[in-house]
Design a protein around this ligand. Structure first.
Ligand SMILES: O=C(O)c1ccccc1NCC(=O)[C@H](O)[C@H](O)COP(=O)(O)O
Length: 398
């Protein structure tokens, strides 16, 4: 296995040749997942994990300083806690691991220091990579806007609107699954979906075409979305309630989404252990937000059905680890006892991903969904609102 090589010497000693010899220090990654290859081909946001190097103020590379004993012990503890979190998640069948907090161990050979790419420090699939990146992104954002600051900002946020109410009203009005129309410029599996991307124009067109709610991608790196898009759509006067489509790994993000005008947030069961879903759902309720809890398979569905207070479940037909899309996943997860429990608990189910035709809509409606979340097939149309008519096989505008 190959790793990025840095010389090991005493602390703060400059190693001036490092910057001039980048090719010798680059990593050849060996990630087997075909998803990673597809992702790389599409060129959306992939950054290999690299060894960390310290930089001085003048920008030249330095040798990582030798850590003090206390610092080493703290890092070791952080590592252990990180591993424990992953163990709890794994015991619930969660395959997505959280990012190792201190990075992989260093190896010393002569004057060199190696950080070897291995199973433990390399994301195994695209969802894991997104989550690891999100962990870093959120911890940086939190430093700039601590929770106390967000809590103060809540007072100035536009009021939260009834996301589920809007879905139910549209479902009753049309007799068809209510549409959550997705404002999405790009995705890891499909690359760029729309070059001329004006989120407000697309949102208005969706609303005119009969969408009940909108899903706004806010992830920048992998979906080319932003919180500015969310804010812009909200302040443009679009009436449809807005789902903040983000990879939530920390409750701080829920507060942040609310300050930016979100009416709902996504919680992904493939990423979040039960306890996180439980307390994040409570935070959502406290803030007046709807939680759309997303599942991909039977195990995730069973976990989520075991959690009190879940009102809205999304069944994603896209396997976020392999990118495979199969709309029969919706039917499979709503069959038998699970469907029964969902009806008893009055949970609204949303069919997500891979829906392109009126037959697809009819198929998931027959399976039991009251709403659908659709991106690609409508956002790619010249007139996204008219794309809705094509998707449903009839005009569903108000
Ligand atoms: O779509 C991806 O490539 C993707 C990769 C990793 C995590 C999530 C991903 N997509 C999120 C979604 O599931 C879709 O944006 C959403 O359900 C709409 O799907 P579609 O109608 O197929 O655009």
């Amino acid at each position: 296995m190959e790793g990025l090589v840095y010389p090991k010497t005493t602390p703060r000693i400059l190693f001036p040749t490092l910057n001039r010899r980048p090719s010798k220090f680059s990593i050849v990654r060996s990630i087997p997942a075909s998803a990673m290859d597809a992702h790389r081909r599409n060129g959306v946001g992939f950054t290999p994990v690299r060894a960390q190097k310290a930089e001085t103020k003048d920008g030249s590379a330095t040798i990582s300083s030798v850590m003090e004993d206390a610092e080493t012990a703290l890092k070791a503890k952080e590592w252990e806690v990180g591993m424990l979190i992953n163990e709890v998640a794994a015991s619930q069948g969660i395959k997505i691991r959280r990012r190792p907090p201190t990075g992989p161990p260093l190896h010393y050979v002569g004057p060199f220091q190696f950080r070897i790419q291995n199973e433990g420090n390399t994301p195994r699939n695209i969802l894991e990579e997104i989550v690891w990146h999100k962990d870093v992104e959120v911890s940086q954002l939190k430093q700039r806007r601590p929770l106390s600051m967000l809590k103060n900002a809540l007072d100035n946020a536009p009021p939260a609107r009834d996301f589920i109410g809007a879905l139910m009203a549209a479902n009753q009005r049309t007799g068809l699954p209510a549409l959550i129309a997705e404002v999405k410029k790009a995705s890891p599996s499909r690359g760029i979906l729309r070059e001329d991307f004006d989120p407000v124009e697309i949102a208005r067109s969706y609303e005119k075409g009969g969408a009940a709610c909108l899903s706004i991608l806010t992830d920048e790196k992998y979906f080319k979305g932003s919180f500015e898009n969310l804010e812009a759509v909200r302040s443009a006067g679009v009436k449809c309630p807005l789902l903040c489509k983000e990879f939530i790994v920390d409750a701080w993000q829920i507060y942040y989404a609310r300050t930016k005008g979100a009416d709902a947030v996504l919680l992904i069961a493939a990423v979040l252990p039960d306890l996180d879903i439980r307390y994040m759902t409570k935070i959502c309720k406290m803030l007046g937000l709807t939680a759309l809890v997303e599942v991909h398979d039977e195990r995730e569905m069973d976990r989520v059905l075991g959690i009190e207070g879940i009102e809205l479940i999304g069944i994603n037909n896209r396997n976020l680890e392999t990118f495979e899309v199969d709309i029969s996943n919706t039917k499979k997860l709503l069959e038998g006892e699970r469907g029964e429990i969902i009806r008893q608990k009055n949970i609204i189910v949303v069919g997500e991903s891979g829906l392109f035709t009126p037959d697809d809509i009819a198929y998931v409606q027959e399976a039991g969904v009251k709403a659908v979340l659709v991106g690609e097939s409508i956002v790619k149309q010249d007139d996204p609102g008219k794309g809705i008519t094509g998707l449903f096989g009839k005009d569903i505008s108000v």
